[in-house]
Design a protein around this ligand. Structure first.
Ligand code: SAH
Length: 212
């Protein structure tokens, strides 16, 4: 069974390459992260299908191609402090932890955060801090961050998150209605801010003061 997962993981990496993921470090990080550890027991056979899967509390673990696309957009070099909003299963957190210096991740559901902590420990990733609360307000105590990734859909870019970015930073966030969003990449370099879209996407809602 374990062997089978290794093979399936290699096939997933091939399909991500075909789909246009070019950042070798991102592909390596995903090749080293066992997605089957982060999905519910009854979903394990589907762990390497390139689709979102249900997790507890009516939430989802993101599709691998979305994880790869968002992570690639963050342009991580290894030295960054990253803030993630929406820990969920912890899978995206694990991929980030392999590519950044330190990851802070916030989840609104205690139960998801607890399970994510167990699975991240199992994966022997210790450059991560988890927090339970409203991530639409960020994590001011640990700010500023070089990168922020939001894995839930926001009605607009939360001002609190922008305020917690460094002057040389990237924010990746799905923004739009609850039914459909644009995956925005907001790059701030010195005094210039550029925004572009990676296309449309569908995420569960960001529920909070600066969310829905
Ligand atoms: N990256 C996760 C995606 C989980 S889905 C994964 O791949 O597993 C998005 C998560 O955002 C859900 O777990 C949801 O509970 C959480 N969420 C929604 N609004 C939030 C908020 N305001 N603060 C923190 N987490 C939130």
């Amino acid at each position: 069974m374990t062997q089978d997962f290794v093979l399936q993981r290699q096939q997933l990496i091939k399909s991500l390459t075909k789909a246009g993921i070019r950042d070798q470090a991102v592909l390596r990080a995903m090749a080293s992260t066992a997605r089957e550890q982060f999905v519910d027991q009854e979903q394990r056979d589907l762990a390497y299908a390139d689709c979102a899967l249900p997790i507890l509390m009516g939430q989802t673990i993101s599709q691998p191609l979305i994880v790869a696309t968002m992570t690639q957009a963050l342009q991580l070099s290894g030295s960054e402090r990253v803030l993630e909003i929406g820990t969920g299963s912890g899978y995206q957190t694990a991929v980030l932890a392999r590519l950044a210096a330190y990851v802070y991740s916030i989840e609104r559901y205690q139960q998801l955060s607890y399970l994510a902590a167990l699975h991240l420990a199992e994966a022997q990733l210790d450059n991560v801090s988890l927090y339970v609360g409203d991530g639409s307000l960020g994590w001011p105590d640990e700010a500023p961050y070089d990168r922020i990734i939001v894995t839930a859909a926001a009605p607009e870019v939360p001002p609190s998150l922008v305020a917690q970015l460094t002057m040389d930073s990237v924010l990746v966030i799905p923004v739009g209605s609850q039914r459909r969003q644009e995956l925005l990449v907001i790059r701030r370099a010195s005094l210039e801010t550029r925004i572009h879209s990676l296309g449309s996407c569908i995420f569960v809602p960001l529920v909070g003061v600066e969310g829905w």
